[in-house]
Design a protein around this ligand. Structure first.
Ligand code: PLP
Length: 414
């Protein structure tokens, strides 16, 4: 590392200490919640082994559901290796909750890209739309809900579910706090107690002391190869919330009549338990990496979101890099800092559903796991990179330093 990079690193490290302290406090609090859940459910070695075939009376699986529910402070949860991704968990929830003639209303603007086919905004085969389920959205403006329009839409009795995406995802907006989600839930329930509030909680777990369901959301959903799996889960997803909602969704995940009674857990349970135990700590590592990245690039004059000292409600950090060369340099730096595939050289490429080329960097132990350090961005102004993850802050810090080094070199060449 050059003297310039060492100097930036030292300065940013000392400037980050207050934010780090806050992150440690949240991690400590959430670890206690998780540990208490393990203890209350009397988790023992026998719970870690998993089942085969139909997986009837899989006591480990059922205990893991209860551990999640306790730690997330809600009534019930469903945690399964049969849930293949975050998108699948969201799909199970939407199809579980909605029926023909119902309509869902997204109050945080467009949902995550992969949901376009699920909802039927695109012509996805098997979409909600094909089943006669409607979709409407209200833009999320200036970091707040459009209560006037939400109230107006709720006069339509076909609205059965309010959809909220906690994380900004790939949008240029603020990530919501669990409390903000609770406030809008209260607003909705006062007008329409019969409407469900569902949260896409991907990237949000353990970034705050409490999750959206603690503040009243009916259901939240996430992926185990993001925060909740703690970096150890090799696949899987979860749904958590009220008993009624989780139960309904269980009949969609498996079959009507069978629901949660069947599902073999194979060899996955030990990682699921240990990963959940690690998850508050792992999320803290990713959060610190994000804060550090924000500090480094803000100090060089780049636009960063969130700012280094802002409170954080997910693990995503964006940096507006201002040129395609810097975006590519950043991603190549992150790739070079990965433990797996460090030698690979990311190239911008076409991706289904995107108008512009996209560049992605990830060198993960678990394929596509974005709780591990990763970065990506579309090649269009302002050339914003989305960076998230890092299993350890030490490695995350090194990855960001590599990205910085690449950018400084790229600027020198220009
Ligand atoms: C990652 C993500 C998803 C989809 O999860 P996959 O596991 O990639 O299918 C949905 N919503 C948000 C906000 C996400 O970050």
């Amino acid at each position: 590392m050059t003297d310039r990079i060492k100097e930036i690193d030292a300065r940013v490290m000392s400037a980050c200490s207050d934010s780090f302290k806050r992150i440690d406090e949240i991690s400590q609090y959430c670890t206690e919640k998780v540990l208490n859940a393990f203890s209350a459910e009397r988790i023992s070695e026998a719970h870690l082994h998993g089942s085969t075939g139909y997986g009837y009376t899989d006591t480990g699986r059922d205990a893991l559901d209860r551990v999640y529910a306790r730690a997330f402070e809600c009534e019930d949860a469903l945690v399964r290796p049969q849930i293949i991704s975050g998108t699948h968990a969201l799909t199970v929830a939407l199809f579980g909750m909605l029926r023909t003639g119902d309509c869902m209303l997204s109050v945080t603007g467009s949902p995550y890209d992969t949901l376009y086919d699920v909802v039927g905004i695109n012509d996805g085969v098997g979409s909600l739309r094909e089943y006669g389920i409607g979709y409407r959205e209200i833009p999320f403006l200036n970091g707040d809900f459009d209560r006037v329009r939400i109230k107006k839409e709720l006069e339509d009795k076909s609205i059965r579910l309010i959809f909220i995406q906690k994380s900004k995802g790939y949008l240029d907006r603020k990530t919501l706090s669990s409390r903000q989600i609770g406030e809008i839930t209260e607003f909705v329930k006062a007008l329409r107690p019969d409407v469900y509030v569902m949260v896409d909680n991907c990237y949000g777990e353990f970034c705050e002391k409490h999750e959206p369901v603690y503040y009243g959301a009916d259901l939240m959903v996430g992926s185990l190869i993001k925060n909740a799996g703690g970096g150890l889960a090799k696949t899987g997803g979860y749904l958590a919330g009220t008993h009624e909602c989780v139960e309904r969704c269980s009949y969609r995940l498996t079959c009507p009549g069978i629901g949660r009674e069947s599902a073999a857990t194979g060899g996955y349970l030990a990682d699921f338990f240990q990963g959940f135990f690690m998850a508050p700590h792992t999320a803290a590592q990713a959060l610190k990496t994000a804060v550090y990245c924000a500090g480094v690039f803000e100090s060089l004059g780049y636009g960063v979101n969130p700012k280094p000292h802002e409170k954080r409600y997910d693990i995503i950090q964006t940096v507006a890099l201002g040129s395609p060369e810097r975006l590519i340099a950043f991603c190549r730096g992150i790739q070079a800092g990965a433990p797996v595939d460090s030698f690979a050289l990311p190239e911008p490429g076409d991706m289904a559903g995107y108008a512009d080329k996209v560049i992605m960097a990830a060198g993960a132990f678990v394929q596509g796991a974005s709780i591990e350090l990763s970065a990506d961005g579309p090649l269009r102004p302002p050339y914003t990179v989305f960076m998230q993850g890092a299993l350890t802050f030490e490695s995350g810090r090194l990855g960001v330093m590599r990205a910085l080094k690449n950018i400084l070199e790229s600027d020198n060449k220009a």
